[in-house]
Design a protein around this ligand. Structure first.
Ligand SMILES: *Cc1c(COP(=O)(O)O)cnc(C)c1O
Length: 387
């Protein structure tokens, strides 16, 4: 299947029909253990589902193919995946460099959980390559952590250039590819060593499962992460793995529609009197537009806007939409709206990762673009009437 296109692989890799019954969809192996033909006589290598389960193998094989990596490992959440990677790589005293607009939960994990075990970190503007070089020069730097596009201001970072800088000091270069998904961006091909995902978002795509994954192109590192997966045990269950695999089959078409809808909404909001700024890489004036056009094959479904009326207007807007539902998370087929400074990014308030309090974030779904545009317009009218 390696010579097939992305959409074909998304539907078929790791998805061979069941040889016993002909079921076109492989069964969900909802089992904790596997009967042995005599001690150690494993059928197909499976022994106990923390160590391995065929439904999880199916998802992992698929994810490795879509990201162009040798191996993938799937976990019970995005943060569980990140944690396993960090534990596999880091020792007390080691140093991690990460973007100053990294996902708040990633910062919390590295700073507070791993920080308590003596791991140091520096946050830096990933768009400032000399600042990145300086941060990487700190003794003991083991990881450069990149997230692009970033959350929620949609900053675009140059993966190829950053990977080169990271490799100069022998660091492992990690890209959180949650926002773009492998349908729009393939960090391993750009020079990164590891891709991490919250599969909860676009890969699952239907807001019905929490999960995470690590994709690695190097067997030695993959063995280490697989050992942590087995030894610490934050694995994805068979049902979660199956739901994620099912979601991935439509990833390519969903990402096209997410991107088209987000572009339409972003263009409509630019210049609106209630809107101070629109952050979407598909807009020609976005500072990362050209880089995104080079590095990605679409601009994705996430955008943020800053409101002229400040925090009050931003909150009122988030509460006034109807098709866009007020909720955390992103990447599902249904549109969501969020107020980062008190929702997704509440944990970084008061730090340099703080999000301006007049910003709201839209996860633009795959409904009809006309309905989404009408919804944001009626919400802006409603709050203008209130002011
Ligand atoms: C949601 C998210 C995570 C964390 O994933 P969970 O599945 O919620 O644990 C990590 N990175 C990004 C960019 C995310 O959006």
């Amino acid at each position: 299947m390696t010579d097939h296109g992305f959409s074909t692989r998304a539907i078929h890799v790791g998805q061979e029909f069941d040889p016993t019954t002909g079921a076109i969809i492989p069964p969900i192996y909802q089992t904790s253990t596997f009967v042995q033909d005599g001690v150690g006589g494993l059928r197909g290598g499976y022994e106990y589902s923390r160590g391995g389960n065929p439904t999880r193998t199916s998802l992992e094989t698929l994810l490795a193919s879509l990201e162009g990596g040798k191996r993938a490992l799937s976990f019970s959440s995005g943060l569980a995946a990140e944690d396993a990677l960090l534990r596999a790589v880091l020792q007390p005293g080691d140093h991690v460099v990460l973007g100053n607009d990294v996902y708040g939960g990633t910062h919390r994990l590295i700073n507070r959980v791993h920080g308590a075990w003596g791991v140091r970190n520096t946050t830096v503007d990933l768009g400032d390559l000399s600042a990145v070089r300086e941060a990487l020069a700190v003794d003991g730097t083991r990881i450069l952590w990149i997230e692009t596009p970033s959350n929620p201001l949609m900053k675009i970072s140059d993966v190829a250039a950053l990977a080169e800088l990271g490799h100069e000091v022998g660091a492992i270069v990690v890209v959180d590819n949650t926002f773009a998904s492998p349908a729009l961006q393939q960090p391993l091909a750009l020079g990164a060593d590891v891709v991490v995902h919250s599969t909860t978002k676009y890969l699952g795509g239907h807001s019905d499962v929490v999960g995470g994954a690590v994709v690695i192109d190097d067997d030695e590192l993959a063995d280490k992460v697989q050992f942590v997966q087995f030894a610490a045990g934050a694995v994805s269950g068979p049902m979660d793995a199956w739901l994620t695999t099912r979601g991935i089959k439509t990833l390519a078409v969903r990402m096209q529609r997410h991107s088209a809808n987000a572009q339409a909404v972003a263009e409509r909001l630019v210049g609106h009197p209630a809107i101070q700024a629109v952050y979407y890489p598909g807009l020609a004036h976005h500072p990362g537009h050209e880089l995104a056009a080079r590095q990605m094959s679409g601009f994705g479904g996430m955008l943020s806007v800053a409101l002229v009326g400040g925090a009050e207007a931003a909150k009122a807007f988030a509460e006034a939409t109807e098709v866009f539902q007020l909720a955390e998370s992103l990447g599902g087929v249904e549109s969501l709206i969020g107020y980062p400074s008190e929702m997704t990014h509440a944990s970084v308030r008061g730090t340099e990762l703080e999000v301006p309090d007049n910003v709201i974030r839209l996860s633009v779904g795959i409904e009809d673009a006309a309905d989404l545009i009408a919804d944001v317009e009626q919400a802006l009218e409603k709050i203008a009437g209130r002011a």
